[in-house]
Design a protein around this ligand. Sequence first.
Ligand SMILES: [Zn+2]
Length: 293
Amino acid sequence: MPEEKFSTAALLSILDSIAPFAMAEPWDNVGLLVGDPGQQVNGVLIALDPTEALIHEALSQNLNTILTHHPLIFHPLKTIRSDTPMGRILKTALAHNISLIACHTNLDCISAGVSNALAERLDLRDTRPLAGPEYTEHAPTSGFGKIGTLSAPLASEQFLRRVLTVLDAQGLQLAGSLPETIHTVALCGGSGSELAETARNMGAQAYITGEVKHSVARWAEEAGFCVIDAGHYPTEKFIVPILAETLKKTCAAKGFTPTITTTAQQDNPMQWVVSDHNTPKFCQPIEPLRKHN
Ligand SMILES: [Zn+2]
């Protein structure tokens, strides 16, 4: 029997069962942002960011559906001009019938979401969310961020070594003071400054996130708490292969076997430039995510 047509609408329904779109924050923009719900899905390319390079990567592999964590269209558009990156992406996507789908804060919020992916890599145990509408103290469920314990306390240097190794990071920024040993760790993949105080109140000894605000860094210093800024991309990247695997399994359970792949070229847009006696030293770009999986 030929496989039933796998439409974009069917894919959206499967994604909704993995990370319900209704769980996205009210200010967010998730779901099908560009494309025709009735179009047949030839294959899905997954990444964090909808970029021009990603569109070309999809085209080169004959994949007509792009699934990203961050939405391409966030604020209402007043123009679509092909002399802007946004305009070029939209023009190329529409010209080649490429659908763009975003799973953003809905993918942050689910139990097995973005922060969980990072928590698993850091080997945090007994994790629970830091904050979220469905969070209850006794039932680990959905919510933003995670707090958990390392299998054994680590000396602060070992802990930082683990963070650097797991993230394959060129560096970290740290505010406040690191305890001598660390056992309880909180984190939030992406931009999670606002959960720093919650992390401390819930008993974390260190909090890892990206894009830490100056005021939060200063608060950490004053409060004697440790906040680590490991960057937005590095703290979110692990969700990409996990989402691909989850999507493959969920599609297969429904009798669909589309090509589902992760980006081989997308990387952290931020590059470390360190000073070597005032001479700028460009750190090697980190290899694309796929090579670490
Ligand atoms: Zn993000």
